[in-house]
Design a protein around this ligand. Structure first.
Ligand SMILES: NC(=O)c1ccc[n+]([C@@H]2O[C@H](COP(=O)([O-])OP(=O)(O)OC[C@H]3O[C@@H](n4cnc5c(N)ncnc54)[C@H](O)[C@@H]3O)[C@@H](O)[C@H]2O)c1
Length: 451
């Protein structure tokens, strides 16, 4: 589909005009390389490192991590790229501050444990950086989320949460279909994070995945930090992969908003059983009580009348699925059975069509244009788009297509669901991080084939 046709079909052409730059002092121009930094080169950060090193329009000036092992891996990637090596900052947990003091960076990517994100985002903004790309989850408490929003507003800077699932090819084709009205008016949406993480939450301290039931000090990579969240917290701890695409489908913070939330938690068995099975009853971790329920189910209401159901399901045996369902007055998409049904357009009444024929037909212009560049990027290529969007926003001096209000709204589902469960599954009010601006803000995400 041609770009003009795409815009006309979405009915959003006017809104596609680039948002005015908010930062006049910003230094990078299209003919100079964008100067980037990267904090955290663990499992996720290495992917971002690779994507940044691949780009000819980026100079990766500096990287930071506290772990010599992961830094060694990073050095391997850098050597392979045959590009100038970034300066490496390490030695202590605040080495990243020295990096920010030394270099005037155009943008930064943060891929560290969740509990560091707020401090690193705000620290980056305070250092003068105007474009921050943070891995998913921008804070732990609700107040953390407000602090990030206030900092982005204070420094007139852009904070993009690098929510890659928003760019998944089928998710984007469905966005295209939603905008062209194929599903009619949207009524109900589902999604979540349904991923057996038992071999991520536990390992032997050497391998990234499994081969042991250690965590915390004795664990490696996410087992080193993420598992503690399952010990101490009960809620939807990872909502953004599910809710990000949904929020784009129904224009959350842009004409619509979440109004209330209610979460239910099942009992917790999966992690304990895994320890017993793999490590035996006498393993010290067999005594650990995990607060996180195996399946946490969250309902969200929207001001425009849609309902949303999210599920967090990471501790039981199951194949990976984010469980999307996008349902409107004319039909629906469900990703688990890879099916679409559109009234009067599907081959047979009351019978599913294979989703593929629809997804191919409505392939999003971004994928049509950039699929060659996505080859080799993580998670089926979608990881390319988050770094691409951040870098292109810097070059074009525009707002990022996912902004700090999206980041805060999606990520705040974690503390809100904890609050709801803590209150015996009471419904809690959803804060409006936009301060009423949701009524006036227009959709901007993926309106063209640019970024
Ligand atoms: N979007 C996705 O698909 C996706 C996939 C995996 C992980 N993630 C997210 O990426 C982030 C990182 O996850 P990961 O899997 O790479 O974890 P990881 O544990 O493998 O990597 C984290 C890295 O941060 C480093 N680090 C910790 N504290 C630091 C500090 N103070 N200063 C500098 N470096 C520090 C660690 O040494 C480690 O190398 C998390 O937010 C996670 O949720 C996202």
């Amino acid at each position: 589909m041609h770009r003009k046709e795409f815009l006309r079909n979405t009915g959003l052409a006017a809104a596609s005009l680039a948002i005015a730059a908010t930062n006049k002092s910003f230094a990078a121009t299209v003919d100079t390389k964008v100067k980037m930094g990267l904090i955290g080169v663990g499992q996720r950060g290495l992917g971002h490192l690779d994507l940044l090193m691949r780009r000819d329009d980026v100079e990766l000036v500096a990287i930071c991590d506290t772990d010599p092992r992961t830094l060694n891996e990073a050095k391997g990637y850098i050597a392979e790229s045959k590009k100038k090596s970034p300066e490496i900052f390490t030695g202590d947990t605040y080495a990243w501050k020295r990096m920010l003091d030394k270099y005037k960076l155009d943008g930064i990517v943060i891929a560290t444990p969740w509990e560091w994100h707020k401090e690193m985002i705000i620290g980056s903004l305070e250092s003068g950086i105007k474009y921050v790309g943070s891995e998913v989850i921008i804070g732990i408490s609700l107040e953390d989320h407000w602090e990030v929003v206030r900092a982005a507003e204070k420094y007139k800077a852009h904070v993009m949460m690098l929510e890659n699932v928003c760019y998944r090819r089928d998710v984007m084709a469905v966005l295209n279909m939603v905008r062209q009205g194929l599903f009619g008016e949207l009524i109900h949406l589902q999604g979540g994070y349904q991923h057996d993480l038992r071999e991520v939450k536990f390992n032997n301290g050497t391998d990234v995945y499994g081969h042991g039931v250690e965590f915390g000090e004795k664990g490696y990579s996410e087992a080193h930090w993420r598992t503690e969240h399952s010990v101490h917290r009960n809620g939807d701890l990872y909502p953004t992969h599910g809710v990000g695409p949904i929020a784009n489908y129904i224009n959350i913070n842009r004409g619509n908003r979440f109004t209330s939330l209610c979460s239910f938690s099942s009992k917790s068995r999966g992690l304990h059983n895994h320890i017993i099975k793999q490590g035996g009853e006498n393993h010290p971790n067999a005594k650990v009580n995990f607060k996180l329920g195996d399946v946490v189910t969250t309902s969200i209401n929207c001001v425009n009348g849609e309902t949303i159901l999210l599920q967090h399901d990471t501790d039981l045996p199951r194949p990976y699925s984010l469980g999307f369902r996008v349902q409107g007055t004319e039909g629906l998409w469900m990703d688990v059975n890879k099916s679409i049904y559109i009234q009067e357009k599907s081959a047979k009444a009351h019978q599913w069509d294979e989703a593929k024929q629809w997804l191919d037909k409505y392939d999003h212009p971004l994928w049509q244009r950039w699929s060659k560049e996505t080859a080799g990027a993580g998670h089926g290529g979608m990881d390319f788009f988050v770094i691409h969007a951040l870098v292109e926003s810097i070059k074009n001096k525009t707002a990022t297509p996912l902004d700090v209000y999206d980041a805060a709204t999606w990520s705040a589902i974690s503390p809100l669901s904890e609050q709801s469960i803590g209150l015996g599954s009471q419904t809690v009010e959803f804060p409006d991080f936009t301060g009423g601006q949701w009524m006036y803000r227009k959709p901007v995400f993926a309106l063209t084939d640019s970024y």
